[in-house]
Design a protein around this ligand. Structure first.
Ligand code: AMP
Length: 450
């Protein structure tokens, strides 16, 4: 079954749409927000989507993260709301994770700072009452995760009867997380006449079915189909399983690794790796689903401000992280799908900044690497002269390539790293490190305890 979709009319194509924000003729107070955000020209998704949304049409946006898609719906949303009634919820954005919801909310605050429109977030893990107040008209815009929002709607502590615009963001991730039934239940409570926008980086059949059910005669805009931004350089780093942490530390000590987001497969793995790095005095925090909302926010704020240099995260927790300065994304564990790979590395190289994406691969990862390379093309394999590699036997046990490895001539290999700290917990902070990005103990990660 195919979705009835109009592609943009000739006047809406990227080549022919105006390439300045001024030509969208946004309300002056919304335009002031664009200036405040420091945006000088629209990104391709903004060029295509903003005129469509301003025209009132439904929209299907196929765009990966990092393309500027949030402003593509926030700007016309603010424009549409600014002259209307206040004190009721008129726009609803549904997003898969708290982090993404917070990020969208912050973008609304930045872009809408001159509009006096109020935005509020609704998600689990924090109190219901302030959210109920926002839903009762304390805000004109609600950015919500599906589960908690549905909770409010079912308890009667919120209504969507005044919603004029509905945005479903990162629909493929909502599907992956099992939220589609909740999303459908939410959509049922939105008035028929509301404008609907759906964004997704990929179009699995369930998301296509959702789009068919929700959107009416949508205009489809597609930007950079699930391909990573071309400001990112990619490479695979073959390594024996038991040497991954050592290689990670080696890479983190390099001068150009300013701000690294490290992905692990499991929550437990993220917690444990962050603890190991913390013991080696890196400024590190972990971001995973077992943490309280407070701790998640603290970790993110620290990473954003630059106090935390290394954030170890799981896929779900990292969804929506928008830290423009992430210099490296390191896949400590290989993602198992090309989509997950794209989403992870979309955390670097954002908004035309350049970034590096490094993926550790072990003998166990052949299948996952094959999947990623089939979708994205062959990736370069990198081995470092400055690192002493061990070989992995078929049984997974390691053998040293040299029984007593000597550091290679380049200093900056094992010689550059600090001696392995004596485990025992005391005397942290006292170890000097060499290199321009000498790791130090953060004292801020706050994630050492559960
Ligand atoms: P998004 O895809 O919405 O997550 O946006 C990715 C990043 O691009 C965010 O840091 C935005 O603030 C930034 N951004 C969005 N639009 C523009 C623009 N027109 N010019 C420069 N940066 C932008």
């Amino acid at each position: 079954m195919s979705i009835p979709i109009s592609t943009p009319t000739p006047t809406q194509t990227a080549e022919q749409t105006p390439s300045t924000f001024a030509s969208f003729d946004l309300h002056s107070r919304v335009a002031a927000g664009v200036t405040a955000a420091g945006y000088t020209k629209p990104t391709p998704i903004q060029q295509e989507a903003i005129p469509v949304v301003l025209s009132g049409r439904d929209l299907l946006g196929l765009a990966q993260t990092g393309t500027g898609k949030t402003a593509a719906f926030v700007l016309p949303m603010l424009h549409g709301l600014i002259d209307g009634p206040r004190g009721r919820v008129r726009a609803l954005v549904v997003a898969p994770t708290r982090e993404l919801a917070e990020q969208i909310h912050q973008d609304i605050r930045t872009l809408g700072q001159g509009t006096k429109l109020r935005s509020a977030t609704v998600y689990g893990g924090v109190g219901m009452n302030p959210q109920a107040q926002a839903l009762r008209g304390g805000a004109e815009i609600i950015v919500a995760c599906p589960g908690r929002l549905l909770d409010h709607l079912e308890r009667g502590t919120g209504t969507l009867r005044d919603v004029d615009m509905l945005v479903l963001d990162e629909a493929d991730q909502m599907f992956d997380m099992g939220f589609l039934p909740a999303v459908r239940a939410i959509v049922k409570r939105v008035p028929d006449g509301a404008q609907r926008l759906l964004f997704s980086a990929t179009m699995p059949s369930d998301v296509r079915a959702l789009a068919e059910a929700v959107l009416r005669d949508p205009v489809r805009v597609e930007i950079g189909r699930a391909a990573p931004a071309d400001t990112i350089s990619h490479a695979l780093y073959p390594v024996a399983r038991q040497q991954k942490t050592e290689l990670l530390k080696h890479l983190l000590r390099r001068a150009d690794t300013r701000s690294a987001l490290v992905f692990t497969r499991t929550k437990h793995g993220a917690k444990r790796l962050a603890e190991q790095l913390d013991r080696d005095n890196f400024f590190v925090a972990s971001l995973q689903g077992n943490l309280s909302q407070n701790k998640r926010q603290k970790a993110l704020d620290g990473f954003r401000s630059g106090d935390v240099h290394v954030l170890v995260a799981t896929d779900i927790a990292a969804r929506g992280i928008d830290v423009s300065r992430v210099s490296h994304v390191i896949n400590y564990d290989v993602p198992t799908t090309a989509e997950a790979y794209t989403h992870r590395i979309g955390r670097t190289g954002r908004a035309e900044r350049s970034g590096e994406a490094l993926t550790f691969v072990t003998a166990d990862d052949t299948k996952a690497v094959g999947t990623i390379e089939r979708a994205l093309g062959r990736l370069e394999r990198v081995t470092l002269d400055s690192f002493v590699y061990e070989k992995e036997t078929a049984s997974g046990e390691a053998t040293r390539s040299q029984r007593h490895p000597r550091p290679r001539p380049q200093n900056g290999g094992r010689g550059a790293a600090s001696p392995k700290p004596q485990q025992g917990g005391s005397n942290r902070g006292g170890r000097a490190q060499t290199g321009s990005r000498a790791p130090r103990r953060s004292g801020r990660s706050g994630e050492r305890s559960k």
